[in-house]
Ligand binder design. Structure first.
Ligand code: ATP
Ligand code: MG
Length: 434
């Protein structure tokens, strides 16, 4: 993209309405624009980040054997009456009426809909297990939308739903998602802590929230320092091996974390070194058994011919919240520092003297080689403004092209994360980045 003809409205001044760094930086870097309380338009640079995060989530869900589909945002109230949640959900649900006076709602989640779809087409235990997911906008009329996209009213979520014949199968599905989640967060450049969460009336220990540590997190967290040391992922665990998944789960849940320091005094007794911080919830996985399959009449023919209600789980990731969470975890005074994996562009090309024939020609040839993976700052702006905007926008690399270097085919390469700047021939810079 050429910055001179792009909608990337960067701001020098600090927006007064934003209380936390990620919200300020998302507005200042021109990623989003608020259109109503808790509702945001994603501008071109912001959408590229959102899409990159969604793609990593998608790849890891697919690798874990989940199937992508797409369910609508608008759902019928009838469907939610069959589970009893239409009345139970409360004011967070946005309720609508169509022209015939029928009750509709903007989906806050999709358990009912997926159960209904599954019920109409899956008849035998031989078709289990299955896991279905989509990446779709949700609406929750939060009492206090705040912190920008971190607690919006309309937000993008990946939600997956697993169906197994029995509890033992559901446990394997649950562990497989936990592995997929840890890999996802690692690829996003984040260190996530899986924390046992309230599992409600169903009981058991099969509900975990994934927490990113950041000083501006909404909830306090207390955790075993082992979480900081463990290098969990590697590729040491396979999605296909129940034994691997069991080992992985034991490793993940072997260290203790909680939002309440006093909760479960017994568990803390074993923790050598207790740490205290604040956390952002970026994902939540949940086993809920037959909570929806039973009342909604989802059953399959079991191995002995008798019908059984499948055991289900649901698995959410806050895709749009992650944009803010990543910035909270990775920024400095000058701006955002995108991890390479989610950056809107791999590099920015800064033309320090737009209009100068040598600089222009060199920048154009560089820009063409990146084939859409670079942002070209071709504006007629001062060099200082270009440096400031590039730092603010957080491109992993900056290729700085000035008249003196350009004359001899030299550019400067700056790594945003370290601030390191190295002068090198154009070809060497290209070889490093492409
Ligand atoms: P929270 O406690 O933060 O309200 P939740 O328990 O309501 O979250 P879930 O129903 O588990 O959230 O939804 C799955 C994921 O969706 C959450 O882990 C979070 O990352 C994301 N999410 C939930 N509510 C919002 C919101 N209002 N804005 C942005 N993302 C959200
Ligand atoms: Mg909530």
């Amino acid at each position: 993209m050429r910055l001179s003809h792009s909608l990337v409205p960067t701001l020098k001044e600090i927006p007064a309405e934003a209380q936390i760094a990620s919200h300020r930086l998302m507005l200042r870097a021109g990623l989003v624009r608020q259109t109503a309380a808790g509702i945001y338009a994603w501008l071109p640079a912001g959408l590229r980040v959102l899409t990159a995060i969604g793609q990593i989530v998608r790849e890891e869900q697919n690798a874990a054997g989940a199937q992508e589909m797409l369910m609508p945002t608008i759902q019928s109230a009838e469907l939610w009456r069959t589970s009893g949640r239409y009345d139970a959900y409360g004011p967070e649900m946005l309720r609508l009426k169509d022209r015939h006076g029928r009750d509709l709602l903007y989906g806050p989640t999709n358990e009912e809909m997926i159960t209904d779809i599954f019920r109409s087409s899956v008849k035998s235990y031989r078709e289990l297990p299955q896991n279905l997911y989509h990446i779709q906008w949700k609406f929750r009329d939060e009492v206090r939308p705040r912190f920008g996209v971190m607690r919006g009213r309309e937000f993008l979520m990946k939600d997956a739903y697993s169906f197994d014949l029995d509890y033992e199968g559901a446990v394997v599905s649950y562990r497989r998602m936990m592995l997929a989640y840890m890999r996802t967060f690692q690829r996003l450049g984040l260190k996530a802590i899986p924390m046992a969460a309230e599992s409600g009336p169903i009981g058991g220990n099969l509900s975990h929230e994934f927490i990113i540590l950041a000083p501006t997190g909404e909830s306090a967290v207390y955790y075993d320092a082992a979480f900081e040391k463990n290098d969990y992922m590697g590729d040491a665990f396979s999605h296909d091996s129940p034994a691997d998944l069991e080992r992985f789960f034991a490793l993940m849940t072997g260290s203790y974390a909680a939002t309440d320091e006093k909760h479960d005094a017994g568990a803390w007794a074993d923790v050598a070194e207790k740490r205290e911080g604040r956390g952002i919830e970026v994902g939540h996985i949940f086993y809920f058994g037959t909570k929806y399959s039973e009342p909604m009449g989802l059953s399959v023919a079991g191995p002995d011919g008798r019908s059984v209600a499948p055991h289900m789980g649901s698995y959410g990731i806050g895709v749009s919240r992650l944009v803010g969470a990543i910035i909270e975890a990775s920024h400095d005074e000058a701006g955002i520092i995108w991890p390479d994996s989610v950056a809107p562009w791999r590099a920015a090309i800064l033309n320090l003297k737009s209009g100068d024939a040598t600089c222009d020609a060199l920048c154009e040839s560089l820009y063409a080689k990146f084939a859409g993976q670079a942002l070209y700052d071709d504006r007629a702006e001062r060099a200082g403004a270009k440096f400031a905007d590039a730092d603010l926008m957080g491109h992993p690399w900056q290729i700085i092209v000035g008249p003196r270097g350009a004359a001899t085919g030299m550019v400067e390469l700056k790594r945003r994360a370290s601030g390191e700047r190295v002068e090198m021939p154009v070809d060497a810079a290209l070889a490093k980045l492409l």
